[in-house]
Ligand binder design. Structure first.
Ligand SMILES: [Zn+2]
Length: 151
């Protein structure tokens, strides 16, 4: 029985969570990779993590259609279905603020990209988890919409 760690275990849990969920955009998460594979399978070609405007790196872009794609984590980007409406615990205010900061940055990046002549598509992580094929087809539709392709 290792009782020595017990008193601080709650504190450590909170710290670990804070580190894990720092809100920094992580690269090559499985939903991102799954989406790329499915998009590739539809015959679309992309470039990974290009820096198009300063401090803004889409997860991938389809240069032919000047479409930038982001895969947004549900929690940290405020998915209407999966981001908690109300945070609990001692850091609740900070979590809420962090998400609002992320969302503000997302909107800023969207407009910077649009000013640079790109269109922006954001795909929720949960869309990919639900059905990656449907998510990839949304990317394809968005891309080819510019050329008035049907389907
Ligand atoms: Zn979601």
């Amino acid at each position: 029985m290792n009782g020595a760690v017990a008193p601080d275990s709650r504190k450590w849990e909170a710290t670990d969570k804070g580190v894990h969920l720092r809100g920094r955009r992580t690269r090559n998460t499985w939903p991102e990779i799954a989406l790329r594979r499915a998009v590739y399978g539809l015959g679309l070609r992309f470039r990974l993590h290009p820096q198009i405007v300063p401090r803004c790196t889409p997860d991938f872009v389809l240069p032919r259609w000047r479409l930038a794609v982001f895969v947004d984590g549900c929690l940290w980007h405020g998915c209407p279905d999966h981001s908690p409406a109300e945070f609990r615990g001692p850091n609740a205010g900070r979590w809420r603020q962090k998400i609002e900061t992320n969302q503000a940055r997302d909107r800023r990046n969207d407009s910077l990209l649009e000013e640079a002549g790109w269109r922006v598509l954001r795909v929720w992580e949960c869309e990919i988890k639900r059905d990656v094929q449907v998510a990839a087809e949304r990317v394809a539709r968005e891309a080819r919409g510019a050329e008035n392709f049907s389907g």
